[in-house]
Design a protein around this ligand. Sequence first.
Ligand SMILES: O=C(O)CCC(=O)C(=O)O
Length: 328
Amino acid sequence: MLVGSNADGEDLNQYWEQDNQAWWDWYVTLADNKDKATNFVDIAPIQHYDMPSDSELEDELSTPYRLTEDHHLAFRRDGFIRLPKVLSPAAVVRLRKELIRLLNKTFPENNRSNRFLSLEMMWIESPIIKQYVLSPRIAKISADLLSVKSVRLYHDNALSKEPGCGRTPWHYDDHHFPLETNDVVTAWMPAQPVPKAMGPLSFAKPINVFNLVKNIAFNKNDTSYDKRVTEVFKENNVAIDSKPFEIGEASFHHNLSFHTADSNKTSQSRIVLANTYFADGARVVKNPTMVSGDWQKFIPGVGPGGIAASELNPLCWPANIKKKDVEQ
Ligand SMILES: O=C(O)CCC(=O)C(=O)O
C-alpha cells in the first residue's frame, strides 16, 4: 500500500506521497483482524422519514444543543461524549442521501468490497453537506466541549466502512492531525443507526489512558501497534465504550481520546460524516509526518509552523454562515 520513500524503512518523518483515499487503504491494513466476517448480518433498511426542506434543515442545524454540566464533566473526564438527538431522523436521512450521491460519483460499484472509503472537503462542492459542516449547532457543541471561544474547520470526512471492512486500528487523533494544539474535537455523525455488528466508534476511557500507550512504537508496516495497544488496555482493565448508535446520535471525541471501531459485519455500508474542528489561532506543527496524510489539502498555502487559518478553515463558531452562502 505504501509507495516511494513512504515504503522504505521505518521512518515516519516524511510527507505522505499519495492521496487521502490511499492513506485510508493503507491505514486499515494496520488493524489486527482475527475474526474475519464470512456471513453478513442483514439489518432492516432505514425507516422512511420525510426529507426536511432546505430551510427546515438550516433551522435545525443552527439551533443550539443544550449541553449540561454532566456532559461537560464527562467530556473532560473521558475525552468523548455520545449525545442523543444531535440530528433529527429526517436530517440523518437527508445526510445519508447526499453522502451516497457523492460516494457513488467517486467510487465505482465494483471497487468497494471490504474497503474503507473516504471523501473529504465535500462542503466545498455540496451546499447540503456545507450546512452540516459549517453548522452552528455542531460547531458550538465542539467549542463548548473544548471550552474555547471559537473553532475553525480542519476538515469534513465521509467515512464509509463497507460490508466486510475490518477494524479501524486503535489510535488517537493527535497522532494524525498536524495541529499544534490539544483543542481539537471530531464530531462523528452516523448517517444511519450503527448497531454493534456495523462497527460503532468505540472509546477507551478515561481520557488519560493515552499515557499507558504513548510509548508504544508506531509501525507503518504491520499490525503490531494496534495489537500492543489492545494488550496494554487489557492488562490494565481499561474500560471500552462500544455501544451502538441510535439514529441521530453523534459522538464528539477529543484528540487525546483513544478510539477504534469494529469491522462491519452487516450488508449495509456504515456511512458517517466526521467533522473536525480546532481552536482558532492554532498553528501547523513544525514537522508533520506521513501519518497526517495529504493534510495540505485541508490547510492549503500554510506551511509547518504557520497559523492554520486558510480559506478552507473557516470559523464555524461563532457562526458566520449566511443563508445565501448555503444556497450558492
Ligand atoms: O469511523 C471510523 O471507523 C474511524 C473514525 C475515526 O477514527 C475518527 O473519526 O477519528
